[in-house]
Every structure is written in C-alpha cells, then in structure tokens.
Design a protein around this ligand. Structure first.
Ligand code: NAD
Ligand code: MG
Length: 303
C-alpha cells in the first residue's frame, strides 16, 4: 500500500518574489498596541499552511508578543511541531491571543494565555513563574515582544518614549531571561528577536534600533557562559521588513506604502517566512548553533 505524501504549497518550488502579497495596499495606522484583528490586510502567520513534523515534541515554550505577527507565526509553528505553548501579550490584544490559543489547541497542544506588560519587572518575574507552573517546566523561551513607533529626531524624542522603548524591548529581555535560566535544563533554547535596524539604523527609529543592537549583543555576550555552565543555547533572529501590526502601530503611512521596496523582492516578508528559523533554533536539530544572529531580511543583509 502506498502512502500519498501531502505537500503543502509553501514547500513547492516557486518564485519567492511573487509567493506572497506585494506591498500592502490597505494601511490603517493604529495607536499602539496595534492588533491583527484591526488590520484590513492580514499578515500570513502560517495559520493555513504551516505543517509540523514532530521537531518539538513534548517541549514547553514561552513566547512574548505571540498574539500577532512574527511571535504568532512562531507560536503556531511550535504547537504544530508538538510543543505546549504559553503566550504573553498586552491585555488590549486579548482577541488576537485567543485566536492563537485556538490554533495551539487545534494542534492538540496546551495553550496558556498570560496577558500583561513586560515593561515591569514584577510582571516579567510572575510571567516566567506562571508559565513554568502551568506548562510544568520551560524548555524554549522566545523574547519577541517589542515596540517601535517613530520619532522625528533626537530633539523630538521624549524621555518617556525613550524609557518605554528601553523597558519594553530591552529590560524585559533581561528580566525574563534571568528568571527563566534559573529553571532551564541542558538542551533548552532561548531565541531573541532583534532586527536589521540593529545593524543599519533608520533615522526615524534610531532609539528602537539601539534596543535591537543591544539585543544582538546580549545574545552573543550570554552565549558562552550559558553553554559552558548550563548547556543552554541562545540565538537571535534579525527580521527585515515584515508585514505585521507593529508596522501600523503609531507608524508612518507614507513609509509603509513602500515597505519591502528596498529589498530585491520588492515586497515585505510575511511572518510565516520566519517560522522555520525559530523552529530550527528551538529544536535539537540546532544543537551546535549558539550565539548566532539569523537574518531573515529579504536580502537586506545583517552586517
Ligand atoms: P507585533 O505587533 O505583531 O508584535 C509585537 C508584540 O509585542 C505585540 O503583539 C505585543 O503583544 C508585544 N508587546 C509590545 N509591548 C508590550 C508590552 N509592554 N508588554 C507585553 N507585550 C508587549 O509585531 P512584530 O513585527 O511581529 O514584532 C515582533 C518582534 O519583531 C518585535 O520585537 C519587533 O521589534 C521585531 N521586528 C519586527 C520587524 C518587522 O518588520 N515587523 C522587523 C524587525 C524586527
Ligand atoms: Mg499584537
């Protein structure tokens, strides 16, 4: 008896320039936090396409900012690869988070919803404790929550904006990682979301770009001690221009109309195009990979 292998369309060879939608035609600037539900043109987070093959069977994963965008694509992929998944998001994003929980449960895995604000140390500590408590351990941590917005220049940048960016993008990663590594076992994996902005900053987001440079540096700086002392891997993913709610959150409509035009693809990436990299870095197949920054940039380079 022969088995017919069902091949998802995303793995058939095709022109990557036209594989996904071009530059979004419908852009609605939202105030942060922007939600996926409020977007008229939805990103593709792999809801209808990602197929797992047991790469993360039995793992327990916590992802921040996983109600939408890149984190949502990673959360769906992790669940379909066999992991139980806890997701963190802001309370305003409850509806997006419940959709993700639905996909995790549909994959036959446990979904844990942990709303809260990662710019507060107390919440970050509770987040890790609650994830461990409800999942029964922690093998994979994805520090992905982030804020961007825009600024006109250093003179226009308020201390309040600067402080919020540092606390949300950077301090949270320090607080959550510190709380998590105390409980992680050899073989565990940490993945941080940095950006091409960390290498090649745009003037309108110079402060956001600073946080992304620091995230890459934090990843490299911790890789040696975490491996030597605990057998834990830590890597980062550096996305290029990806179509997600973050782009619409206090964003610049004129710039967004050109999103991805600075790549040879002439289109932005979709969150689903990053999911396989998060899966590789989380899985045991990535056993010899640590301290690396993986670009998924549409050819923009990361150095
Ligand atoms: P997104 O808006 O879908 O995800 C960002 C998430 O961060 C939100 O869903 C929200 O849950 C979370 N978040 C923000 N502030 C928070 C807070 N105070 N407390 C708790 N959660 C908070 O957009 P995305 O583009 O998928 O962003 C994910 C990551 O990717 C971010 O770190 C972002 O900087 C990074 N990134 C995105 C792009 C891109 O082009 N979209 C490029 C490079 C890097
Ligand atoms: Mg969101």
């Amino acid at each position: 008896m022969s088995t017919v292998l069902e091949i998802p369309e995303v793995v058939t060879m095709q022109d990557p320039r036209s594989q996904y939608a071009g530059t979004p035609s419908s852009i609605e600037i939202q105030s942060a936090p922007a939600t996926q539900q409020a977007m008229t043109e939805k990103p593709d987070c792999g809801e209808g396409s990602y197929k797992g093959s047991g790469r993360l069977a039995g793992r327990k994963a916590l992802l921040t900012g996983a109600d939408s965008g890149i984190g949502r694509a990673a959360a769906i992929a992790f669940a379909r690869e066999g992991a139980d998944v806890a997701i963190c998001y802001l309370p305003e994003e409850q509806a997006d988070a419940e959709e993700v929980a639905g996909y995790i449960r549909e994959a036959g895995r446990k979904a844990v919803l942990l709303p809260g604000d990662v710019s507060h140390e107390g919440f970050c500590q509770r987040l890790v404790a609650d994830a461990i408590d409800q999942l029964g351990g922690l093998d994979i941590l994805v520090n992905n929550a982030g804020r961007m917005g825009k600024t006109a220049g250093i003179l226009e940048t308020s201390t309040e904006r600067f402080d919020t960016l540092m606390k949300t993008n950077l301090y949270s990663m320090f607080w959550i990682t510190k709380a998590a590594v105390a409980h992680m076992k050899p073989g565990a994996s940490i993945i941080n979301t940095t950006s091409v902005q960390g290498y090649d900053p745009s003037p309108g987001v110079f402060d956001y770009a600073m946080t992304k440079a620091a995230i890459a540096n934090f990843t490299k700086g911790l890789s040696e001690p975490l491996m030597e002392k605990q057998g834990i891997r830590i890597n980062a993913v550096a996305p290029g221009p990806i179509w997600t709610p973050l782009q619409e959150a206090d964003g610049d409509k004129d710039k967004l109309k050109k999103l991805g035009q600075n790549t040879p693809y002439k289109r932005p990436g979709q969150p689903v195009e990053l999911a396989p990299v998060y899966v590789l870095l989380a899985s045991q197949e990535g056993s010899y990979i640590t301290g690396e920054i993986y670009g998924v940039t549409g050819g923009m380079g990361i150095a």
